[in-house]
Design a protein around this ligand. Structure first.
Ligand SMILES: Nc1ncnc2c1ncn2[C@@H]1O[C@H](COP(=O)(O)OP(=O)(O)O)[C@@H](O)[C@H]1O
Ligand SMILES: [Mg+2]
Length: 234
């Protein structure tokens, strides 16, 4: 099985602040992995290190066969790894369609085009000329996912995609994540909502204080969501 993302023993810093400590994590082709852990443990810093927004000292990251020595956002996208950032970061003075095209600008060619994204999210097609930030929170999250798909990634990193959204919207997003995954895109779902983790992920990695401290199959923990919640509290 091919590995799309292999993080081995990385240490990451913001300035002199040492945030990630010998952290290892991998995602195989087509897999759905959840990365869980309470606020401040360093989940977003994992993403930021892959993008070059936190400094990596020591350890290795591979994107497929490619050894990532100087992380940059466009390098990750060129190697099939795209981020849906925490807080969504829709560009305010661009339309829905222009926001989607931004995703295509950095990525690869493939199945996903503007019409294909509109088939997945009809509401985005209906609002294609609206300002991206005129959309509701749930619609902005769809736009953020659509923008990621436009880069035709093999792996999408979703950083707390349901933060602040109503349960009915979270349900819709769960279906969409499963649909996207069923079409072959691997997911790394950073999430604190355990009911979403159980619906979407097959495997989980739990972080505490900048390291992965527990991992396992979601199926084995399904009856005991509580157990997962306990890991979050480590
Ligand atoms: N730009 C930054 N500069 C310095 N410290 C930061 C920065 N961003 C986050 N941190 C710190 O790094 C730690 C991990 O943050 P983060 O990765 O955002 O955690 P999580 O996503 O798990 O909530 C926290 O202690 C946070 O305060
Ligand atoms: Mg975060």
């Amino acid at each position: 099985m091919s590995t799309l993302l292999q993080i081995e023993q990385i240490n990451a810093f913001y300035g002199s602040a040492h945030i990630l400590h010998d952290l290892s994590l991998h995602v195989n082709a087509g897999e759905r992995v959840a990365l869980i852990g309470r606020n401040g443990v360093g989940k977003t810093t994992v993403v930021n290190t892959i993008l070059g927004l936190a400094a990596m000292r020591g350890g290795q990251i591979h994107l497929g066969d490619y050894a990532l020595r100087k992380p940059r956002p466009y390098i990750a996208a060129q190697h099939g790894v795209v981020v849906v950032p925490q807080g969504r970061r829709i560009v305010a003075n661009l339309t829905v369609e222009e926001n989607l095209q931004l995703g295509a600008a950095v990525g690869r060619k493939g199945h996903w085009t503007v019409p294909e994204v509109y088939k997945l999210f009809p509401i985005l097609g209906e609002r294609s000329h609206a300002s991206g930030t005129a959309l509701s929170g749930g619609q902005q999250q769809m736009l953020a996912v659509g923008r990621a798909l436009m880069a035709n990634p093999s792996l999408i990193l979703l950083d707390e995609p349901t933060e602040g959204l109503a349960p009915v919207i979270v349900d819709q997003l769960a279906d969409i994540f499963n649909l996207v995954a069923s079409q072959g895109t691997a997911l790394l779902l950073i999430e604190q909502n355990m009911s979403l983790v159980v619906r979407v992920a097959e495997r989980y990695c739990a972080m505490a204080k900048g390291s992965v401290v527990a991992q396992g199959l979601v199926e084995n923990s399904k009856d005991s969501l509580h157990q997962l919640e306990t890991h979050v509290m480590v």
